[in-house]
Design a protein around this ligand. Sequence first.
Ligand SMILES: N/C(=C\C=C\C(=O)O)C(=O)O
Length: 139
Amino acid sequence: MSHVVRTDQAPAPVGAYPHARRVGDLLFLSGVGPRTPGSNAIPGNVYDDNGKLVSYDIEAQCRQVFANVRAVLEASGARWEDLVDVTVFLTDMARDFAAYNKLYAEYFAGVDACRTTLGITALPTPIAIELKCIAALKS
Ligand SMILES: N/C(=C\C=C\C(=O)O)C(=O)O
């Protein structure tokens, strides 16, 4: 069984992909960032008059990306607790790992999902964090 999930409760995809796809009891989420559903604004981002990013708030981005993952899970009939594997991409590991790691511990307490965190040079939108998640649903 394969089932594609699209929802307006999470930020619109920036390309030709769904929010998630369920295959059997596994749910694969597309990479999701901390854009606000509807407006696509990135919480805490400050831009100069030329639209150049001046500063960002990693804590605000963490909270929003976790909310977006939850929204995709719920739109798919899954729960936060169903997460089994989380890959996290950070654009500035040195600056942001500690704050992200602290919030992650708060949000994922008791979940016991496997996790991998990677530092990368860029993401497709002006975001500092993106999550790639797999959940296992009860059949
Ligand atoms: N998943 C992708 C981008 C997500 C960006 C965002 O949520 O802001 C992609 O291009 O594959």
